[in-house]
Design a protein around this ligand. Structure first.
Ligand code: ACO
Length: 333
């Protein structure tokens, strides 16, 4: 829900970074028992970017963050809040946000990570916008960043072909009116079946041991069929709920940027909402699923290519492990 009688929050600039190393489905097929035809028809993915050995979630986040600040015309000195969404932090602690704070030469400001998997950026956007509305913070850098290749099991063809690496960022600050910028946000969770999509090893339940490593417990595990069904249901519901909250209907949307997980998921949501596919922005074929980075990378592309313009009604909607989901309704300004 948006907060009535509090200032609007505007996205002042966007930025993204994706690694140089392009890995086509045909490249994957050289080492994994798969094919371009299988991957593309099931998912819409043609290629993804994999980070170099010396690239991490914080290095990618820092580049995306710098680009967002440049686009916003905001000097690093002005940023007083950094929130990084990631499930692939450089290390369990300290937070990736602290590493970004230092790398970007920001002041000794509030910096922290949040973890909501593929919904992470939408959670961070909601938290950041509401922190600005309190008046305690003036300019926030919100980043989604992932080095998914670091947790992929390349012996599991059902998951390793789906994901890619990258980062996307936005700079937020308060606006004047109440009918511009981020009109509303929502988020939710259902932790009843964490095994649907998880990285079982490396936490307090299953710390790293020779046994856990041998069992490949430190890699991503997913029940793709179940996740597919839930994804369609929760993204449709989140879209309907946020539109209803703000008094809009699906046909009033100019652009929808969904989490980039699978083209068939996006097509199912389009059909359920009765919104034509050309209103859905997608770049799945180029990047695969970059988890928390997928929505801000797509947003940056959509803004820079003028697919999103001043006055447009824009919906961001996503879901991820947890399960988690989130949405943000924006009047672009
Ligand atoms: N190449 C070739 N064959 C494959 C591959 C592959 N990469 N992966 C699986 N197969 C085979 C399976 O072994 C199976 O073979 P079998 O019938 O001989 O047993 C066959 O293909 C069909 O497998 P299914 O799992 O039934 O394939 P499905 O049509 O369900 O598609 C997919 C799988 C693409 C993973 C789909 O279920 C999906 O997209 N689910 C959603 C996943 C998703 O969005 N995850 C992101 C969550 S967001 C986050 O928080 C990270």
């Amino acid at each position: 829900m948006s907060l009535p009688n509090l200032p609007s929050v505007i996205i002042r600039g966007t930025g993204a970074y994706t690694p140089e190393n392009v890995v086509h489905n045909n490249d994957m097929a050289k080492t994994v028992d798969t094919s371009d035809e299988w991957i593309f028809t099931r998912t819409g993915i043609r290629e993804r970017r994999f980070a170099a050995a010396d690239e991490t979630s914080s290095t990618m986040a820092s580049i995306a963050g710098r680009r967002a600040m440049e686009a916003a015309g905001v000097h690093p000195e002005e940023i007083d809040l950094v929130i990084v969404a990631t499930i692939t932090p450089d290390m369990p602690f300290p937070s990736t946000a602290c590493l970004v704070q230092h790398a970007l030469g920001l002041k000794p400001i509030t910096a922290f990570d949040i973890e909501a998997a593929c919904s992470g950026f939408l959670y961070a956007l909601r938290i950041g916008a509401n922190m600005l509305r309190t008046g305690d913070f003036k300019k926030a850098l919100i980043i989604g960043t992932e080095k998914m290749s670091s947790i992929l099991d390349f012996s599991d063809r059902s998951t390793c072909v789906l994901f890619g690496d990258g980062a996307g960022a936005v700079v937020l600050s308060c606006g004047e009116g109440s009918d511009e910028g981020i009109l509303g946000t929502l988020s939710g969770s259902d932790g009843s079946n964490p095994a649907l999509l998880c990285q079982p090893g490396g936490g307090s339940r299953q710390p790293a041991t020779a046994t856990s490593i041998h069992a490949r417990a430190h890699f991503l595990k997913m029940n793709g069929k179940e996740i597919f069904k839930v994804a369609v249901r929760v993204m449709e519901q989140a879209s309907r709920d946020i539109l209803k909250q703000r008094g809009f209907s699906p046909d009033q949307l100019d652009c929808i940027i969904p989490h980039q997980a699978n083209m068939r998921i996006i097509e199912s949501i389009a059909s359920r909402l009765k919104v034509p596919m050309d209103k859905f922005y997608n770049n799945l074929s180029t990047y695969g699923n970059t988890s928390a980075a997928s929505i801000p990378i797509a947003l940056d592309e959509a803004v820079r290519s003028r697919r999103v313009n001043k006055g447009d009604l824009l919906l961001l909607v996503g879901f991820g492990a947890g399960l988690t989901w989130g949405a943000s309704l924006i009047k672009w300004s």
